[in-house]
Design a binder for this molecule. Structure first.
Ligand code: NDP
Length: 327
């Protein structure tokens, strides 16, 4: 019998968006502990560009993509609670969600509530679980606080603005254009700063003269140093992304000089590696979606085979909110 096949994005080498090729690949039956998922929507994330470029090492040839939503089509031995026909989503490796169908370890897959459709799930899972752990665990924000969130109109950013505003937290958000500023404010961001045109440190100090208790910085190289200057003494610097490039090494003394700061460089996968943690963050996310506190803004969609164009747009800062592939 011929092996079953599916279509997927494959990369033979790391590099620019042109390394992403649409190809026919084998789809074996799910092995022990695996479910086979037919995707109805797939999420685009900045981490996919880091994998594509080799900023985060990958074994080649490789699939790409960490986030998908769809329906369980087949179940391997030893899988618990995910029957054929179950609607599901996931937000982790192994990379390979840019595919019409794929096998996934079942422990990484969560059932979807009836009120969360696949498109919303693909827009929400990775980015929303990230907001959940960042604001509830990495630094547990409190009502009445004012925080700084960079790239506030991005996929993670728009979810964060809404969730924080729902918790009674004021958000100072940085964005590159006036259109993005309007989008962020419409999603609960209290103050916006055009960080390409304005001195964001001076603006933050105007708004919060004593400094903010926490900075969530996913822009990386371009903003890291300024972010330290926005923190109050003993504040928390959460460096969680490299949109403008990885942050250079720093001396611990730098943290002393800026006020005995705390610095962390977290990643979602270390906050959801236990299934109970994953389910807890997913329940928190689905809760704020169900209550209407967080609405997913899908700023743009692409067919999966046009993944290269989607990557180009994301890296050119042309996207707003979440980007979803519809296979
Ligand atoms: P976004 O939709 O937020 O896109 C990235 C945004 O970063 C851009 O839209 C742009 O917004 C801003 N940006 C600033 N400088 C640059 C630059 N030089 N090149 C490109 N973009 C730039 O992406 P995601 O929502 O997918 O992810 C947001 C960030 O969160 C990423 O850095 C990602 O790596 C990180 N992340 C980290 C996780 C973790 O657990 N550590 C998990 C998930 C995401 P603007 O035009 O307004 O400047």
């Amino acid at each position: 019998m011929l092996p079953a096949m599916t279509s997927a994005i494959v990369m033979e080498k790391t590099g620019g968006p042109e390394v992403l090729q649409w190809a026919e690949v084998e789809l074996p039956p799910p092995g022990p502990g695996e479910v086979q998922i037919r995707h109805e929507a797939v999420g685009l994330n900045m981490i996919d560009t880091y994998h594509r470029k080799g900023v985060y090492p990958v074994e080649l040839p490789s699939g790409l993509g960490m986030e998908g939503a769809g329906v369980v089509e087949a179940v391997g031995d030893g899988v618990d609670g995910l029957p054929v026909g179950q609607r599901v989503a996931y937000a982790t490796g192994p990379a390979g969600s840019y595919a019409e169908a794929r096998n996934m370890p079942w422990q990484t897959v969560v059932p979807l509530p009836d009120d969360v459709d696949a498109r919303t799930a693909a827009a929400a899972m990775l980015k929303g679980l990230t907001v959940s752990y960042l604001i509830r665990e990495t630094f547990a924000v409190q009502k009445g606080m004012t925080v700084l969130w960079h790239a506030a109109a991005g996929g993670v950013g728009l979810i964060a603005c809404q969730w924080l505003s729902h918790l009674g937290v004021e958000v100072i958000g940085t964005v590159s254009t006036e259109e993005k500023a309007e989008r962020a404010r419409a999603h609960g961001c209290t103050h916006t700063i055009l960080y390409k045109d304005e001195d964001f440190v001076a603006r933050v100090r105007d708004l919060a003269p004593d400094g903010v208790p926490v900075v969530y910085d996913s822009v990386g190289a371009a903003t890291f140093e300024g972010s330290l200057k926005c923190l109050r003494p003993r504040g928390m610097m959460v460096s969680f992304g490299n949109a403008s490039g990885p942050v250079e090494p720093i001396s611990p003394l730098t943290l002393t000089q800026h006020g005995s700061l705390f610095l962390t460089r977290p990643t979602l996968f270390h906050y959801t590696s236990e299934r109970a943690e994953l389910l807890d963050h997913a329940a928190a996310l689905f809760g704020v979606i169900a209550s209407g506190a967080v609405k997913l803004h899908v700023g743009q969609t692409f067919p999966l085979r046009e993944a290269a164009e989607a990557h180009r747009a994301l890296e050119a800062r042309e996207t707003e909110g979440s980007t979803v592939f519809l296979p």
